[in-house]
Structure formats: C-alpha cells, structure tokens
Design a protein. Structure first.
Length: 63
C-alpha cells in the first residue's frame, strides 16, 4: 500500500467511527438503547480516537 492508500484507509476508519457515534446518539435520544450501552459505545469510540488512530498513523508512517 502506498502512502495515499494508507491515508484513505485511515480516513475511512475515522468516518466509520463518526457514523457509529452519530447513530449511537440518535438511538439514545429515541430511547432505543439504554444509557449503559450509549456510554460504552462513547467510551470505546473515545479510546479508539485517542489511542487507536495515532497508533495507526505511526504504524502507517503518515507523520
């Protein structure tokens, strides 16, 4: 994979997590999921954003 393909893959992963969080908010506000599930998804997404994405950037050597 070249640098551009790695960058597109990383952006795709980020977009997937953004969609997951938006759907999580919508389902929570419509009372389709309980608060515990809501917070679990939010915390897992935050962990991926804080630790996972920077790790992938270093692994893909995009910095």
């Amino acid at each position: 994979m070249n640098k551009q393909e790695k960058s597109i893959l990383l952006k795709g992963i980020s977009i997937v997590f953004i969609v997951i969080v938006v759907v999580d908010f919508i389902l929570f506000f419509l009372f389709r999921i309980p608060p515990l599930v809501f917070w679990i998804v939010i915390i897992l997404s935050a962990l991926v954003a804080y630790y996972g994405i920077p790790f992938l950037r270093k692994t893909f050597e995009l910095e």
